[in-house]
Design a protein around this ligand. Structure first.
Ligand code: SF4
Length: 260
């Protein structure tokens, strides 16, 4: 791919998740990454998602060595992650009436949904793999100062295809618009040259489900994703940080500092 070139050099970095965060709420980006403001709490969804990610990483790491973990071992990885996480500061923001035991039960259900529905790849190539890319501005042809970085949940081989696995926990199934336009997918494909991104979404519905989506992006769509990175970085350099109130404010770790 001509607009992202794999390389690691001493440079300023911006991650795919930082770019996504900026597009969601520039003020939140500023508080977290420019001002380094002290967060008021951590969202329960984030802590739960991290526990599930940890368990799935354990599953794929073992599979990389040819070992299929017992369900109980995968569940234990989630339990431990959550147990450790809730002891840390800042405190976890629980819903009214919600307890840590509820979070443990939710994590267990999500991991069980994954284990019941997952299809094993032919080979696991990497787990929680970082990448670093030079970014060539598609409009000017110049390599920008910042390198783009990210963490791939796993990279696997399915038949002849190299596939990037991306895990999400979500309140409900992703909409078609989310599947069609998610920025992360275009950037991961541009960065890795993989055939597709396999999005494995675990839904926090009454009966949690694993929903699997194989996503591709055309070269034009990958180029558009790189343009977004370049323009976001220009906006950050220019100090353009405005609050974008919306659904995320409810659990935002800077809610009081931002909204009063
Ligand atoms: S409270 Fe809302 S508008 Fe303010 S930083 Fe957080 S998400 Fe953005």
């Amino acid at each position: 791919m001509e607009f992202l070139q794999a390389a690691q050099r001493a440079a300023l970095h911006v991650s795919v998740s930082q770019v996504k965060l900026y597009t969601r709420c520039p003020k939140l980006y500023e508080m977290r990454h420019v001002l380094g403001a002290k967060p008021e709490h951590r969202s329960a969804n984030l802590v739960l998602g991290t526990a599930v990610h940890t368990a799935l990483a354990a599953y794929y790491l073992a599979l990389k060595d040819g070992v299929v973990l017992a369900d109980e071992e995968v569940l234990e990885a989630a339990r431990q992650s959550l147990e450790e996480s809730v002891k840390q500061e800042p405190p976890v923001l629980l819903e009214e009436g919600e307890t840590v035991a509820d979070m443990q039960a939710a994590a267990e259900k999500l991991v069980r949904a994954f284990l019941a529905g997952v299809e094993r790849p032919d080979e696991v190539l990497a787990v929680e793999a970082p990448f670093y890319c030079d970014v060539v501005d598609p409009d000017t042809g110049e390599i920008i100062e910042e390198q783009l970085t990210g963490y791939l949940d796993a990279v696997v081989r399915c038949g002849d295809d190299i596939v990037v696995l991306e895990h999400k926990t979500a309140a409900r199934a992703w909409s078609q618009d989310q599947l069609d336009f998610d920025l992360q997918v275009g950037l991961y494909l541009a960065a890795t040259g993989a055939a597709k991104v396999r999005l494995q979404v675990m839904t926090k519905t009454r009966v949690p489900k694993l929903l699997v989506h194989d996503l591709v992006r055309s070269e034009r769509e990958q180029r558009e994703a790189v343009v977004i990175v370049c323009r976001v970085l220009q906006a950050i350099r220019a100090g353009a940080f405005w609050p974008a109130p919306g659904w995320a404010c409810k659990t935002c770790e800077y809610r009081r500092q931002c909204r009063g």
